[in-house]
Ligand binder design. Sequence first.
Ligand SMILES: Cc1cc2nc3c(=O)[nH]c(=O)nc-3n(C[C@H](O)[C@H](O)[C@H](O)COP(=O)(O)O)c2cc1C
Length: 192
Amino acid sequence: MPLPELEQTIFETILGRRSVRSYALRKVEDGVLKTLLEAAVWAPTAMHKEPWGFVIVQNKDLLQNLSTIAKPLFLEELRKTGTREDILKNTAGNLFYDAGTLIIICARANGQMPIADCWMAAENLMLAACAMNLGSCVIASALPAMCLPDVKVTLGIPPEFTAVAPIIVGYPRTEASPSSRKAPLILKSIPQ
Ligand SMILES: Cc1cc2nc3c(=O)[nH]c(=O)nc-3n(C[C@H](O)[C@H](O)[C@H](O)COP(=O)(O)O)c2cc1C
């Protein structure tokens, strides 16, 4: 894979990655997408199964339709679990925040630990995106819609695959809001 020229250390990339929810119109170039997918497939994979498949959606109308289908299904899930529905307040227009590119990492159902593998791939992809000055954000709220048989057909997800990690990618319009983390919770440290 031709490696992009980067100036960040791995820690700068890890700490600098933010969930980006505001995107410029600039399209993510095909070569950049190829590099992101290459980064994704170099993730660790249980029993070396590589159970992933990728769907790339850049059609604005399809993304809007998908958002329209996904919102009520997600709201239903929020109600079932008693979660506050105002979690959706930032997505008045579109669950995908009007990003131009959605990459859906899908798992082949018969892998060893396909879901874990796909999330590993997801983090690789998002860190690579950050290192290339792209923003990204997981949009798990769209997952219930991606399980609907007709949506799977529209997205080209074969029956033996399941959508696991939908990730929007694009050039940030504004700087993402700062985030924070609690200190690591060490349950126990067992010395030699
Ligand atoms: C499994 C998972 C699902 C997520 N789903 C959504 C989502 O549906 N919509 C959204 O705006 N952000 C979503 N996020 C992003 C989180 O809100 C975000 O990672 C968290 O607030 C921490 O912010 P940071 O990524 O900027 O550090 C999701 C993140 C993960 C790991």
